[in-house]
Ligand binder design. Structure first.
Ligand SMILES: [Cu+2]
Length: 473
């Protein structure tokens, strides 16, 4: 059941039941959160607002980030969250390749936390993108991330990676978007001044006046938001082209996004500009996934951006409207779309020095495994050599899908289910379907040190589905 308010720009009380009710989710042992009332969005139909932006200047982005249990606004309603800001997502960090992010995390949560810079090709050591760090409650920690000069432009994100707490911390609010500038410059000249629009996808379950953090059921009714708003309106002119940064920065649930009657021109995936631009009727975003897409304004009128019903194998997410695209104003001639943004850069088989297989599995009691082992931060599971490439077979023997993600180095998908995959670029997150092996190749180029790879359903990661890689000289 879904009752949708008028979208004529007026504020409307909207009750969103983004599920068929009854919870019913069985995250292997969690209690279904059947009685949690869905959030009543006080506002919908408002103009899409961009999250607060923090922009680098003179090669540096320096700021303090306070993580605290605090009142946050979700779709116009104030609730108790666990957040970096007074919103369900933190500020958007906007940086250039070659910049340094200097961020002091001030932990006022009453629990340990840390930060991961998802998709960024930066050092995992020291005070860099080091998820083995634990910032204790009441402490501050200064992260410093030098971003390589040749870092690809696009959409990235930051979030808590505190082991066993990452699901509740991200769900409570502790995530935000990073944009590395430079993607428009790779487009044809007449598209280089396109409007860039962040669409951060995140859901909220609210019990009483609090975001549920103790008893999250990823299959329960939930409010899907875009930049923390319910059913916002984005304006576009007929024929106008906009560059959208789509990012799933939620904890557990998937989005299968389509634009009614239209398609996306995909120019980037996971912050990697594509070497072959393709049109897509829909793009699948498991937790952690991003797509950079060009959207062309349709004929005058409203169309809907929605997420399709998706069966993840354990959870089923119903069709849900996300945003209204309002095409209005003077029609503009649509420039030709690009066909490629960067030269093709596949990793040839001749470069591969090692082949390994990683099997993702789970038991009946909410324990999750990679190669039959639960995560242990003190164990190193694989030691690739710096400067080499490897080919990994990722196997899923469970009955549900798991999005594989690896830190620091992106990968090329080589085959899925035994069929060659014609990659259009590199990526850092790929869904693993049951009994359909995904083969990837990756280069361990320039950053030695320890980092992790894991399932990006944070409930699964917190419950063991993560392993340690150490790149050694
Ligand atoms: Cu998983």
């Amino acid at each position: 059941m879904r009752v949708r308010g008028a979208l004529a720009g007026a504020t409307a009380l909207v009750l969103l039941l983004a599920g068929c009710g009854g919870g019913g989710g069985d995250e292997g042992g969690s209690t279904a959160n059947a009685d949690a009332a869905p959030l009543e969005a006080a506002e919908s139909g408002q103009p899409l607002a961009q999250p607060q932006e923090l922009r680098s200047t003179d090669g540096r982005l320096q700021f303090d980030l306070v993580a605290a249990d605090q009142r946050i606004a979700v779709a116009g309603t104030d609730v108790d969250g666990r957040a970096y800001d007074t919103a369900i997502l933190g500020p958007t960090l906007v940086v250039d390749p070659g910049d340094t992010i200097d961020l002091t995390l001030d932990n006022r949560l009453g629990a340990h936390t840390n930060i991961h810079f998802h998709g960024m090709h930066v050092s995992p050591e020291g005070n860099g993108d080091n998820i083995f760090l634990s910032v204790e409650s009441g402490e501050q920690f200064a992260y410093s991330l030098p971003i390589p000069e040749d870092h690809p432009p696009g959409t990235f994100w930051y979030h808590s990676h505190a082991h066993t707490l990452s699901e509740e911390q991200v769900f409570g609010g502790l995530s935000g978007v990073i944009v590395v500038r430079g993607l428009p410059a790779l487009l044809p000249a007449e598209l280089q001044s396109v409007d860039e629009v962040v669409l951060a996808l995140k859901d909220a379950q609210v019990t009483g006046s609090e975001i549920e953090v103790d008893n999250i059921d990823s299959n329960a009714r939930t409010l899907r938001t875009v930049n923390g708003q319910s059913l916002p309106v984005q304006e576009i002119a007929p024929g106008e082209v906009q560059l959208w940064y789509l990012a799933n920065i939620g904890a557990d649930i998937w989005y299968d996004v389509e634009l009614e009657g239209s398609s996306f021109t995909v120019v980037g995936e996971d912050g990697n500009p594509t070497w072959r631009v393709q049109d897509a009727d829909h793009v699948l975003l498991p937790p952690g996934k991003r797509y950079e897409v060009l959207v062309t304004g349709p004929a005058e009128g409203d169309t809907t951006l929605r997420t399709r019903r998706y069966e993840q194998g354990d959870d089923t997410y119903p069709t849900t409207d996300l945003l209204t695209l309002r095409s209005t104003g003077t029609a503009a001639p649509t420039p030709a779309m690009p066909t490629s943004l960067v030269p093709e850069a596949t990793i040839p088989e001749s470069e591969v020095v090692e082949r390994r297989t990683f099997t993702f599995s789970e038991d009946e009691s909410n324990h999750f495994f990679i190669n039959d082992k639960e995560f242990d931060p003190d164990r190193v599971d694989v030691r690739p050599r710096l400067g080499t490439a490897e080919e990994w077979t990722l196997r899923n023997t469970s009955d549900e899908q798991h999005p594989f993600h690896i830190h620091v180095n992106d990968f090329q998908v080589v085959s899925i289910g035994g069929r060659p995959y014609d990659a259009t670029g590199l990526q850092d997150t790929v869904p693993l379907l049951p009994d359909r092996d995904v083969v990837i190749r990756t280069r361990f180029t320039d950053f030695p040190g320890k980092f992790v790879f894991h399932c990006h359903i944070l409930n699964h990661e917190d419950n063991g589905m993560m392993a340690v890689a150490e790149v050694v000289r």
